[in-house]
Design a protein around this ligand. Structure first.
Ligand SMILES: NC(=O)c1ccc[n+]([C@@H]2O[C@H](COP(=O)([O-])OP(=O)(O)OC[C@H]3O[C@@H](n4cnc5c(N)ncnc54)[C@H](O)[C@@H]3O)[C@@H](O)[C@H]2O)c1
Length: 290
């Protein structure tokens, strides 16, 4: 029995999706779709770019890391365009939005992902300049991306956005208060904007990764324990039910699902991909199991 979503079709309604077993791959197909990913040169963003192109889409990779961005785009061929940009600068953001339209003619999917970790330090000792830097990239950068991409999607009457937040945007993160505050802000932007653009047929969700094996977690571990960063991973994973860090590809899988038609009724959500860390943190025994 196919699952058919009922309802009167209006101009901006998501197209009806009938899902039968085996059809999922076709629906995860991004053929004819154009995406943008910020922070797309490395880590989670790069995994998203590879996954999007592997499923038929065309991608604009945005990053301030020109060397890595150009190398990734070259490896993906004509379906990828690299655009150097600092997401904190409105002119750069306007330019990457225009580049996507000029090269590929549309913006269907947007992964608003660039972020930085800042310092690991207690708030009582935190440097004001680092706080400002985190807010500029993680909050203003996400705001500017939405500010410039959404008008294009509204004009088209369709689109899907995924903002990269963090589990630090759902619960506190002692030692990383500025980062945690910035990711709570990303979730606030996500939920508020979802309410604004839903009537235009545009979905906006957030992914909340736990520790993921990229440069970022390596840098955080190095700051926590410069002489033995590996010990941080051992301690941290002991509090994760699946007992390991996630991979960039595992986060990209969730992002791609949320950008696809399979998620056609999902908007305004915050979705964890954290090996169970938030649902079941370490108990009094120091373990997730007694
Ligand atoms: N790795 C983790 O454990 C983890 C956990 C939760 C959330 N996240 C979030 O995932 C996202 C991606 O992080 P990652 O783990 O892939 O780290 P990463 O450092 O590998 O990738 C981040 C990318 O963003 C780019 N970037 C940073 N500032 C920028 C700016 N101002 N303008 C343009 N590009 C900029 C970097 O050059 C880099 O390519 C971030 O928002 C991060 O906060 C990561």
């Amino acid at each position: 029995m196919p699952l058919v979503f009922p309802g009167k079709r209006r101009k901006h309604d998501a197209k009806r999706v009938a899902v039968t077993p085996g059809q999922e791959e076709r629906i995860m197909d991004f053929s004819g779709k154009v995406g943008i990913v910020t922070g797309g040169a490395n880590g989670i963003g790069a995994a998203m770019a590879r996954g999007f192109v592997a499923r038929g889409g065309k991608i604009v990779i945005v990053d301030r890391d020109t060397a890595a961005g150009e190398a990734l785009a070259a490896s993906l061929g004509a379906a990828a365009l690299f655009r150097a940009a600092d997401v904190t600068k409105a002119a750069d953001v306007a330019a990457y939005v225009k580049a996507a339209q000029d090269r590929f003619g549309a913006i269907d999917c947007f992964h608003n992902n660039a972020g930085i970790e800042g310092r690991v330090a207690r708030l009582a000792e935190y440097e004001e300049a680092v706080f400002d830097q985190i807010m500029a990239v993680n909050v203003k950068g996400v705001f500017l991306g939405l500010r410039h991409v959404l008008p294009v999607m509204i004009a088209a009457g369709r689109g899907a956005v995924v903002n990269t937040a963090s589990i630090a945007g759902l619960v506190g993160s002692p030692g990383m208060a500025a980062y945690s505050a910035s990711k709570h802000a990303v979730n606030g932007l996500t939920k508020s904007v979802a309410g604004e653009v839903g009537p235009h047929g545009i979905r906006v969700n957030a992914v909340c990764p736990g520790p993921i094996a990229t440069r970022m977690i390596e840098e955080v571990s190095r700051q926590v324990s410069p002489n033995n960063p590996k010990s941080v991973e051992e301690r941290y994973t002991a509090g994760i039910p699946l007992r390991r860090y996630g991979t960039a590809e595992e986060v990209a899988n969730l992002v791609l699902f949320l950008l696809s038609d399979l998620a056609s009724n999902m908007t305004g959500g915050e979705y964890t991909v954290d090996g169970g860390r938030t649902a079941s943190p370490a108990g009094v025994s120091g373990s997730t199991t007694q």
